[in-house]
Write a protein that binds this ligand. Structure first.
Ligand code: 6MZ
Length: 353
């Protein structure tokens, strides 16, 4: 009974219309079915089918298999035109789902075959953000440059340099750095100098921490930075093998958690919705932000994630509203934008729930 499966495809209009903040979205994991179809038709010779790029309803994979899926998507997204299309589509889809503020993250890639460089990669995402803004799409977008932990110390340091350049030249669009990638590969210890440098130059840090068990030592080390937000943090608390001292560091520094329910269920790091660590942190009153992670790969969207959280944990509509509103305090963009978003939420708030 503890693991009753909750997953309706029907999303109530309340959740669709709820203004939302999305803080944990990997660009290439967020590519929709429709966009994948367009990419496949651009590259028929790759023989990629849509089933290879998404994990459908009721399906589960190991986390390792999830990372295979990203490799397939990367094959489909390897030119400037692809990135422009993917980023534009993803931004518009989030906007259509009622997301008013989005922090996208992506790992800049160099593709020798197509001449794509890491710099051009980021510039192209910036272009997509600016185009959407020009078209009047109702969403504010910021960008986090991602470090794939697989690539080690040197690449991490280069990525930080690139992120710093863009932070200074992108009109405030690049606000921070993300550490992500297969959690079973590499060690945070080797990336510490790069992360410290990023922090020193004013980039905000969102780090994937304890997405799998047995990362206690790494999490402890990285929490000393401390990061500005935590991705997942699935195994931080003592009930799942974490520790009181890890929790204490998170609480003492008031570090918000980005929580992605369906991602964790489909990647099998959490056995079922009812046992998701959202419960632990939310009950404690700790800043917890509902996010999608990879809406394309995991076949979800932010409205659905809010609805699943509400139905699993018995949240009232008022509580759900407060939850989405309190995410504004966790964004990396400056206070002036926070105030604008808070005003937007006040204007949209229903008289009665
Ligand atoms: C860790 C993840 C992830 O950067 O090419 N990524 N890293 N845990 C996860 N949980 C499922 N989901 C996605 O988007 C794809 C990349 O995002 C990271 C991985 O590094 C993946 O290759 P970009 O836009």
């Amino acid at each position: 009974a503890l693991c009753k499966l909750v997953m309706d495809n029907e999303v109530d209009v309340f959740y669709r219309e709820l203004p939302k903040v999305e803080l944990h979205a990997h660009l290439n994991g967020s590519v929709s079915f429709q966009t994948i179809e367009k990419l496949i038709s651009r590259k028929p010779h790759l023989n990629i089918e849509h089933g290879m790029t998404a994990i459908g309803k009721g399906q589960r994979r190991t986390l390792d298999e999830c990372f295979q899926v990203f490799k397939v998507i990367h094959q489909l997204v390897d030119t400037e035109e692809d990135i422009l299309m993917v980023a534009t589509d993803v931004i518009k889809e989030f906007a259509a789902d009622g997301v008013k503020y989005l922090e996208l993250r992506s790992t800049p890639r160099e593709e020798k075959n197509t001449g794509l460089t890491k710099k051009r990669y980021i510039e192209t995402v910036m272009k997509a953000i600016q185009q959407c803004r020009k078209e009047g799409v109702d969403i504010d977008v910021r960008f986090l440059v991602a470090i794939d932990r697989r690539n080690g110390t040197e690449v991490a340091m280069e990525t930080v340099k690139l992120a710093e350049e863009f932070m200074l030249s992108s009109d405030g669009l690049v606000v921070g750095l993300d550490l992500s990638g297969d959690p079973t590969v590499g060690h945070g210890r080797d990336l510490l100098p790069a992360l410290q440098k990023a922090k020193n130059c004013g980039l905000k840090l969102s780090l994937h921490l304890s997405e799998v068990p047995s990362q206690l030592e790494e999490s402890d080390l990285l929490l000393n930075l401390p990061p500005d937000r935590i991705g997942h943090g699935t195994f931080l608390h003592p009930e799942v093998g974490g520790s009181a001292s890890l929790v204490e560091k998170v609480v003492k520094n008031n570090i918000p958690l980005e929580l992605c329910l369906t991602s964790n269920i489909k990647g099998q790091t959490v056995p079922c919705y009812a046992q998701h660590h959202f419960k632990y942190w939310y009950q404690m009153g700790h800043p917890s932000v509902i996010c999608t992670d990879d809406k394309g790969v995991f076949c979800t969207d932010l409205s659905q994630e809010y609805q699943v959280a509400a139905s699993t944990f018995g949240l009232s509509r008022e509580a759900v509203w407060k939850l989405s509103q309190s995410a504004i305090d966790c964004i990396f963009a400056p206070d002036s934008l926070k105030q604008q978003l808070k005003q937007k939420w006040m204007d949209l708030q229903p008289q009665v729930f």
